[in-house]
Design a protein around this ligand. Structure first.
Ligand code: G3P
Ligand code: MG
Length: 348
């Protein structure tokens, strides 16, 4: 194999290949680390017979916290330091839209966390469903704010405010209430609550952090996720107005996310390993054929990728052994440790 870059420990960091990991169903499941993930990370960090280190990044569709907070959590789970410089979550690329939209509705996640994420991205005026319910408790007949929600919600006259865009950052904790408010805005004139469009095509755009219909949690079977909420919202809009609601999803399998990941990996390899050229191969390890494998394969086949993107499917998450994945990986392995072994063996 080709040239490598020396590091202080005497070990060398390869510039030939890198890894990108999905998180849920690959490294973590239901908040608990998948044990082979710790072994896999050790192998990448030099515990291998080739005496090399391999750069890697994390690309998750999950979110609901700042990238910094997610990295602290992941560092504890994986027992190594994970930096925001090697981490993208579903909503990370949404930060680019802060320059375009000032007043936005941000949906999903625990407490007031997603408001803080959006403000951190530079969105100037961030409104949450709780704010709207606080202003008008008739908005959601079966949802009353908890004391905590009430305290961090901001009461304003939302009928006077134009909400320019809607961002679903993380899974909704209250589908009925959140969908009611999103529908009200989609049916409004220019995002003004309390108005109804005659044509139902004047509402603000709706962006989802990702489109995973299901995801791997602590339950034996996959659970419904943000993509399910998206499908539900579009179906309800159609049922009520007779019109199509066109929403936009970020995250995997979107090409933009893989381009973002390419730039992140390039910067990470440069800043931490002094490598200034693209790798030959990125091994992408995921558990969801529809997002991880589809995205990796389509990016690899497109003229937007600058190297080979090699898809590896694990059996520890959404994909169930014995079924036929809708999108075929280059390689299927039992778990994430085997994916690292596979990649290294393929290189040497
Ligand atoms: O909500 C997160 C989930 O849909 C997927 O996360 O890490 O498997 O991309 P991940
Ligand atoms: Mg996953």
């Amino acid at each position: 194999t080709g040239p490598t870059t020396p590091t202080e420990g005497g070990q060398i960091t390869t510039d030939k290949f890198a890894f990108a990991f999905d998180i849920d169903g690959v490294l973590i499941r239901g908040g608990q680390v998948i044990p082979e993930a710790i072994q896999a990370m050790k192998m990448l960090n030099g515990q291998n017979t080739y005496n090399i280190k391999v750069p890697y990044i994390f690309v998750t569709n999950g979110g609901g916290k700042t990238e910094e907070e997610r990295c602290i959590q992941l560092s504890n789970q994986l027992q190594l330091e994970v930096s925001p410089g090697q981490f993208i979550c579903g909503h990370t690329p949404m930060r680019d839209l802060a320059a375009k939209y000032k007043t936005v509705l941000v949906v999903g996640g625990d407490g007031d966390k997603c408001r803080q994420v959006a403000q951190g991205y530079g969105f100037k005026d961030v409104i949450t469903p709780g704010d709207i319910i606080k202003d008008n408790t008739d908005t959601t007949p079966f949802r009353k704010l908890t004391e905590e929600e009430y305290n961090h919600s901001v009461k304003r006259n939302y009928g006077e405010i134009e909400i320019e865009a809607i961002f679903v950052f993380a899974d909704s904790r209250d589908w009925a209430g959140d969908q009611q408010i999103i529908l009200d805005l989609c049916m409004s004139k220019n995002g003004r609550l309390g108005t109804r469009s005659a044509t139902f095509d004047e509402g603000p755009p709706v962006f989802f952090a990702h489109n995973d219909v299901i995801w791997a949690t602590s339950h034996a079977f996959s659970r419904i996720g943000m993509g399910a909420l998206r499908a539900s919202l579009e179906a309800m809009f159609k049922a009520i107005t007779g019109k199509e609601l066109k929403t936009v999803a970020f995250g995997k399998p979107q090409m933009g996310t893989f381009e973002f990941a390419t730039r992140l990996l390039q910067q990470w390899r440069k800043d931490t390993h002094g490598i200034n050229q693209p790798p030959d191969t990125v091994y992408f390890v995921g558990d969801t054929p529809e997002s991880d494998i589809r995205g990796t394969n389509e990016f690899d086949e497109s003229d937007r990728s600058t190297c080979d993107w090699h898809s590896i499917l694990v059996k520890t998450g959404v994909y169930q052994d014995g079924t036929e994945p809708r999108f075929k990986p280059k390689k299927t392995v039992t778990n994430v440790f085997e994916s690292v072994q596979y990649g290294m063996q393929r290189e040497y």
